[in-house]
Design a binder for this molecule. Structure first.
Ligand SMILES: *Cc1c(COP(=O)(O)O)cnc(C)c1O
Length: 380
């Protein structure tokens, strides 16, 4: 009999949680008001621990899209975006017919490089006479980007930041939560994320006026009239109540989920410590605290000719899912005509890297299977 498949990051939902979600749904059955959404927003605001205004949306992608709209991004505006990311960070730039300008990573966090970012800004100003309109840095796999350095560049050139914290709920930089560092910040509750609503996201802003305007735009831009009256083009981006209910229940357990993911990271760190050609994506200093949404490794050059693709195939043979790191956006066919600044760091991460099964519900049996498969491949 074939072993059951171990997934990269399967959603966590136990029986208790399911019954709590049912209670929430019952409570809201008759009400036209989305109580669960307001409650989830309150929970996130409290969790982030700063004066922030979270708006529950149907996806993280919609949150990036709406952030760009809130910043008034127009066709042909340039938007700087980390290249080492998932396409959801950059696709909304194209939805608005604006132009992504992709930026390379730095090796410590694998995220957007502050020096390349500043060089790119200077060069765009020289070449176009205009500043780029926004910066989208990403906390990839939950690892905070160089928040201080990126914020300094953004402030120096007065360019707003859309912080893509989709993968980083619970991560911290200098003791402050990711999701609080942007003019707008984005969370995702996609099925594979650390907290899931089986599809959903949050747009986080700094004041109540922005929250109200984003709410208005995300609910079809209805004017306050008895009949349907619209002065602007609106969007259908609001989260649904059932997703909100799931989110409320999930947020009660965020501390446990963090502990799970960070435990899984330590499990891998322990396995790989014997191999000096393998590095794990690790916090570069005490300023960084990753939720370790996914545990990821790089397999460097070695005498034994072990590769990330070799390890991936060995795991796959045992019905264990693993995946290469994000393929940098500037190397994607769909973005082949876009601008890129930097060297080959993001590309070399892609060539050497592998994301390992990191679901919060990984059992000790599954961990044993993973350990055996990895050591068998590396020691053979
Ligand atoms: C998951 C994710 C998003 C948002 O994705 P949705 O599936 O639309 O919620 C955005 N950016 C990154 C880096 C992500 O991983």
């Amino acid at each position: 009999m074939k072993n059951e498949r171990i997934y990269l990051s399967s959603p966590y939902m136990d029986y208790v949680a399911v019954s709590q979600v049912t209670e929430w749904i019952n409570q809201q059955k008759q009400s036209p008001i989305a109580l669960s959404l307001l409650e989830l927003e309150k929970k996130i605001n409290l969790y982030l621990g700063k004066e922030k205004y979270s708006l529950a949306l149907n996806s993280g992608t919609s949150a990036v899209h709406l952030a760009l709209i809130m910043l008034g991004i127009k066709p042909n505006d340039e938007v700087l975006c980390q290249s080492n990311t998932f396409s959801a960070s950059s696709n909304p730039i194209k939805y608005l017919n604006a132009k992504p300008v992709f930026i390379d990573s730095e090796p410590n966090t694998w995220n957007i490089c502050p020096n390349v970012l500043e060089d790119a800004i200077k060069d765009r100003i020289v070449k176009t006479g205009k500043k780029p309109k926004a910066i989208i840095p990403v906390h990839i796999y939950g690892m905070p980007y160089q928040v201080k350095d990126i914020s300094l560049v953004a402030e120096k050139y007065e360019i707003p930041v859309i912080e893509d914290a989709a993968e980083a709920l619970g991560s911290m930089y200098k003791g402050e939560k990711c999701g609080t560092f942007g003019d707008y910040s984005v969370l995702s509750f996609n099925t594979n994320k650390i907290v899931t609503t089986y599809g959903g996201g949050m747009l986080i802003s700094n004041n109540l006026d922005n929250y109200k305007r984003a709410l208005y735009l995300s609910t079809q831009a209805k004017e306050n009239q008895i009949y349907y009256s619209h002065k602007e083009v609106g969007y259908n981006f609001r989260m649904n109540k059932i997703a909100g209910s799931i989110g409320c229940v999930q947020m009660n357990k965020i501390d446990d989920r963090l502990e799970d993911r960070r435990g899984i990271f330590n499990f891998y760190k322990n396995i790989f410590s014997r191999y000096n050609y393998i590095t794990i994506q690790e916090e570069p200093s005490v300023d960084f605290y990753s939720n370790h949404w996914l545990s990821c490794i790089l397999i460097g050059k070695n005498k034994e000719d072990k590769t990330s693709e070799g390890l991936r195939l060995a795991l796959e043979k045992e019905n264990i899912e693993s995946r290469p790191l994000w393929k940098p956006m500037h190397t994607q066919p769909v973005y082949k005509n876009e601008l890129y600044y930097g060297g080959s760091i993001a590309e070399s991460l892609f060539q050497k890297g592998l994301c390992l099964p990191s679901g919060s519900n990984l059992s000790s049996n599954e961990k044993d299977r993973i350990t055996r498969t990895i050591t068998k491949y590396l020691d053979s």
